[in-house]
Design a protein around this ligand. Structure first.
Ligand code: GRF
Length: 223
């Protein structure tokens, strides 16, 4: 990627695509210097694909059952994504575990948003698990993707208080707008070439991050 050019971003979705919509809206508002080059999905019916079509973004839907193995699907998906020459791949509600060998060449160029304060609660049912544990707070994390599920280097987090009477749905609902701002803010730092992964460490303005950045309540920028 070259400085000054909009960051070429491909987004992978499996469902609703509200995080994708946040990126589209920020791009359209002129506040996020990205070009959305592709939205891809493992679900033909994903609402995220319809959002992309409505925004005039190229789409790709591949059905995993058409491939003999999980790795064969992942290889085809990433070959098709690579044809669009993205600088960054964003997993935004993409509900598949990706093959390590397929991910390897994309190290530092692929991020994920996960609805928990990682390293707490990798995997599914994060809101249920935070409530069951009696946690006082919950949140969302954006991290660089490695072969370890929800385990790559953390970029930033957004936190919310858990309230008495919260249900998993209520918590998910309340967290969502924070997720949207968090994802946009992280991609903004990458697009402005301020944040990158170097030798396994997250670097901001040339300095290794000692802790994940924290998005302040109501803020739209991390740094
Ligand atoms: C978000 O909660 C995200 O953190 C998780 O899946 C959900 C996707 O929502 N990975 P949407 O499809 O972006 O609306």
């Amino acid at each position: 990627m070259s400085a000054g050019q909009p960051l070429r971003v491909a987004v992978l979705v499996s469902g609703r695509g509200s995080n994708l919509q946040a990126l589209i809206d920020a791009r359209d508002a002129g506040t996020l210097p990205i070009e959305l080059v592709l939205v891809a999905s493992d679900k033909v019916a994903a609402q995220g694909l319809r959002r992309a079509e409505a925004a005039g973004i190229a789409t790709l839907a591949l059905a995993p059952r058409s491939y003999p193995t999980r790795a064969a699907f992942d290889r085809e998906l990433f070959a098709r994504i690579a044809a669009h020459a993205p600088d960054l791949i964003v997993l935004a509600g993409f509900m598949r575990i990706l093959d390590g060998a397929v991910l390897a060449p994309w190290q530092g160029r692929i991020i994920n948003i996960h609805p928990s304060l990682l390293p707490k609660y990798p995997g599914l049912h994060t809101h249920e698990r935070a409530l069951a544990a009696g946690d006082a707070e919950h949140g969302s994390s954006v991290h660089f993707v490695t072969a370890e599920l929800d385990g790559g280097p953390l970029i930033a987090q957004a936190r919310i208080a858990i309230e008495s009477g919260d249900t998993p749905d209520a918590l998910a609902q309340r967290l969502l707008p924070h997720e949207h701002r968090l994802l946009v803010a992280c991609i903004d730092l990458i697009a402005r070439r301020r944040l990158a992964l170097r030798e396994g460490r997250v670097m901001l303005d040339g300095q290794a991050l000692p802790h994940p950045l924290q998005l302040a309540a109501g803020a739209t920028r991390l740094a």
